[in-house]
Design a protein around this ligand. Structure first.
Ligand code: PMT
Length: 401
């Protein structure tokens, strides 16, 4: 999304200014052209040279510091595809909200017409100050995107809101600016991860799902403007920003949440690897080896609810329902049968058991099957790309009815 885009990175004076270096690195890595504007105060915290070397561009530190052009701030503003200000201090927020232009960054911002992402970072009392909040409201009304600061221990040894979010989150929000908002006004319900079926308080039956595929779908849908609810089994990856995360353990808990949220959803995508069976008895206390006189132990299993089938049977006409099918063989036949049996609009056939595809991998090899009989085979690609291709197809089908 950022490839060949020109991004202006505004850096203000705050302890978190060092994080702008990592942000710059992330943005450069995906092929964007980055131009850095630093305030005088920023120069007290980090050196201009680092930004110049990493951005491979001159750094603008003052209105009159360019040998080539006296209107560089105007030129950069007009060239920009987006501006990100990180960290944004109370000072730049106040100036931008009130039309004050008295240095390179604030003057350039008067001339910017591209999207602006503001990442406030300051002491908690400063951040909560009514003037700062008022100014942020003004900037939001003016169309700027505000990334709320994180909470935690601050450099001033106080604790509260004001931490600059990590560079990868700022990068993520910058990418969102360039994503098509074709899921705006749509509610998307996604399930992800494995389920755990308890044998006793310390043991369970589960599978290798890491949640990566489902989380990628939820993240892509959020970036495309959707309102996303993510019902997730236990995973160790961070939840995507901006989604309503509901954590569950067992298939029965997942069923309750999916059925509870489905009526309010336009698109339902079931990526989770649900355990088909659970122990008939889940013991209250840990099973002790000493209590078993033989050298074998069997666990009786009983079938779990087929959540997708239940959702499929209750699905309304306006809702789009997609399932996933992880298969080691006969992908076409197995996936198509599941699509029909569970009353799906489409199913994503996922080849597992090959390198770089399926459980735990960062990439995936999938084939889309639609209820009208058409198919779409994708080459191996990142789970993020699979998620976007999946949403492309769903959106196209929703539009054409
Ligand atoms: O999480 P990752 O490590 O990234 O791995 C991704 C994945 C391989 C888990 C994912 O891409 C995938 O293929 N998910 C489906 C896994 C699966 O085992 O599907 P299935 O064939 O058992 O079930 C078919 C569909 O029915 C699925 O949408 C499943 O969510 C649903 N189902 C299955 C059983 C059940 N009791 N209830 C269900 O809702």
């Amino acid at each position: 999304m950022l490839k060949d885009k020109t991004i202006i990175l505004g850096v203000c004076g705050g302890i978190a200014a060092y994080k702008a270096i990592e942000l710059l690195r992330l943005v450069k890595k995906v092929g964007a052209n980055v131009k850095v504007v630093m305030t005088r105060a920023a120069l007290e915290f980090v050196g201009e040279t680092t930004f110049r070397v990493l951005s491979e561009n001159d750094v603008c530190t003052g209105l009159f510091d360019s040998k080539e052009s006296s209107v560089r701030h105007i030129q950069w503003a007009s060239e920009s595809d987006a501006v990100v200000i990180a960290p944004a201090t109370a000072n730049i927020i106040g100036k931008m909200a009130n039309g004050i232009a008295d240095d390179a960054l604030s003057t350039m911002m008067m001339a910017v017409t591209s999207p602006v992402l503001i990442c406030p970072s300051m002491n908690t009392y400063m951040y909560e100050n009514r003037a700062v909040q008022r100014n942020l409201d003004i900037l939001e009304q003016d169309g700027a995107f505000i990334l709320e600061p994180g909470t935690g221990e601050l450099a001033c040894k106080t604790s509260g809101a004001g931490r600059l979010p990590e560079p990868d989150l700022i990068f993520d929000r910058l990418v969102k600016i360039f994503c098509p908002k074709d899921l705006k006004d749509k509610k998307i319900l996604v399930s992800a991860g494995p389920t755990r079926e308890a044998i006793d308080p310390v043991r369970y039956i589960s599978n290798h799902s890491s949640g990566k595929m489902g989380y990628a779908v939820a993240e892509a849908a959020e970036k495309r403007g959707g309102s996303v609810t993510l019902v997730s089994g236990p995973v160790s990856i961070a939840p995507p920003f901006g989604v309503n995360l509901i954590q569950v353990n067992s298939a029965r808990q997942m069923a309750d949440e999916m059925l509870g949220h489905m009526d309010d959803s336009d698109i339902i995508i079931k990526v989770a690897a649900v355990a088909d069976y659970r122990p008939l008895v889940s013991y209250e206390n840990k099973i002790k080896k000493d209590d078993n006189p033989t050298d074998s132990l069997s666990i009786d299993l009983t079938e779990n609810p087929d959540i997708l089938k239940m959702v499929g049977s209750r699905k309304k006409k306006h809702q789009f329902l997609a399932g996933f099918a992880a298969e080691t063989q006969n992908l076409d036949a197995h996936a198509s049968t599941k699509m029909e049996k569970k009353n799906l609009d489409m199913i994503v056939g996922n080849i597992v058991g090959i390198k770089g595809s399926g459980f735990e991998a960062d990439t995936n090899k999938v084939k889309f099957f639609f209820k009208d009989g058409s198919t779409h085979d994708l080459p191996i690609m990142s789970k993020e790309h699979v998620a976007h291709r999946l949403l492309d197809h769903i959106i196209k089908r929703i539009k054409t009815g």
